[in-house]
Design a protein around this ligand. Structure first.
Ligand code: GN1
Ligand code: MG
Length: 349
């Protein structure tokens, strides 16, 4: 790792590296070196190129967005800036062909797994809203799709049904109940697909991974310091960014928890609406605002679909820590989908 880091920066002494974060896709390390007489920290990350098949496009998107946000004087958060290699390239390869990159390290912060309460949820939703707001005039056509079809509901269903037919891990017969529950939720996906087809949802620069763990909070004040993990920034709809917030902030247990331990914190969900609508009012269309609740149901449902697809495929996408991990995650999301749907039937539109 030491040798790899040398491709990015000249320094006097290597102090050490340790894994940080809880991402499901990339491998992330905090690196400490002695440089110019002082100690400096950086974030070193291996970009998973099985998932991001065009790593250069990811690096290019991030560079462009960092440059843009730097110039937005009203953007109130810090930026984890990409650090180019000594040869000028943001991505450096190791002998095994892996892609590595370095970011400035934002110190004295932590990433929450979920919101501590409605106050934190309000602030986080405001931050994700501000992020979208600051990028509202960014020329969306300049960004690449870092994962083509990432939130394409029709493609996700096709992948699911293909896996059902092929049953490569021999697990389909064990999960009939979960499959039936996904089919029961299909109207939500169809509605989203229809809205997109009719161009009722403007194509915007979106973050696409607005989970709780992609917000950095200050260790002491617990205020939002930064919006991180920009790998999936690409053209999309704000509905999915709002949806992923609901998915990860509103439940009272993590996505790995067994489903009967999961409840919905209705005050947190309400705070997400308030925080998000507070900063996006005036630039979102009325259709977008109207369908935020549908966005929440869609993304929770889509995540259930993705976890179940991966379980049936034999766990080829997400990192797992035990054999049933993806199944539990799928069941967890299906329960959350029920709770979120009940909430919106009761309280909103
Ligand atoms: C993955 O790597 P991480 O944890 O930020 C996934 C998200 C999922 C999330 C579920 C590129 O995100 O889409 O919502 O796991 N990222 C990708 O925890 O697929
Ligand atoms: Mg991510």
């Amino acid at each position: 790792m030491n040798r790899l880091f040398q491709k990015f920066l000249a320094y006097e002494r290597w102090i050490g590296a340790e894994p940080v974060g809880s991402g499901n896709i990339n491998d992330t390390y905090r690196v400490e070196v002695e440089r110019g007489g002082g100690q400096e920290r950086y974030l070193l990350q291996r970009l998973n190129h099985q998932v991001f098949k065009n790593p250069e496009a990811v690096a290019r998107n991030i560079r462009q967005v960092a440059t843009w946000l730097d110039r937005q004087k009203e953007y109130p958060y810090r930026i984890a800036r990409p650090v180019a290699g000594l040869d000028g390239a943001d991505l450096q390869r190791d002998e095994a062909g892996n892609y590595w990159r370095v970011f400035t390290f934002l110190d004295q912060c932590y990433t929450p797994e979920t919101a501590a309460g409605p106050g934190e949820a309000f602030e986080a939703a405001r931050a994700y809203g501000q992020f979208l707001y600051a990028l509202r005039d960014f020329p969306v056509g300049q960004l690449s799709d870092t994962i083509p079809g990432f939130h394409d509901t029709d493609l996700r269903w096709m992948a699911f049904e293909k896996t059902l037919t092929e049953d490569p891990a021999g697990r389909v017969s064990d999960v009939q109940d979960e499959i039936a529950r996904l089919y029961a939720a299909k109207p939500v996906f169809e509605k989203i697909s229809r809205l997109k087809r009719q161009h009722d949802l403007p194509l915007r620069v979106t973050h696409n991974d607005t989970k709780a763990g992609n917000i950095l909070l200050d260790n002491n004040t617990r205020e939002v310091v930064a919006v991180i993990d920009w790998d999936t920034i690409m053209p999309g709809t704000v509905l999915s960014d709002f949806g992923d917030m609901v998915r990860t902030f509103a439940p009272d247990a993590y996505e790995d928890a067994v489903p009967d331990q999961l409840g919905l914190r209705e005050n947190v969900l309400a705070a997400l609406h308030q925080g998000f609508e507070h900063v996006t009012r005036g630039f979102l269309t009325t259709t977008e605002v109207e369908y935020l609740p549908l966005g929440a149901r869609w993304i929770v449902g889509e995540q259930a679909l993705r976890f179940l697809t991966d379980y049936l495929a034999g766990d080829v996408y997400y990192k797992i820590r035990h054999p049933e991990h993806n199944l539990i995650r799928a069941q967890n999301q299906l329960r959350l989908l029920d709770l979120v749907s009940i909430f919106y039937e009761k309280y909103r539109r």
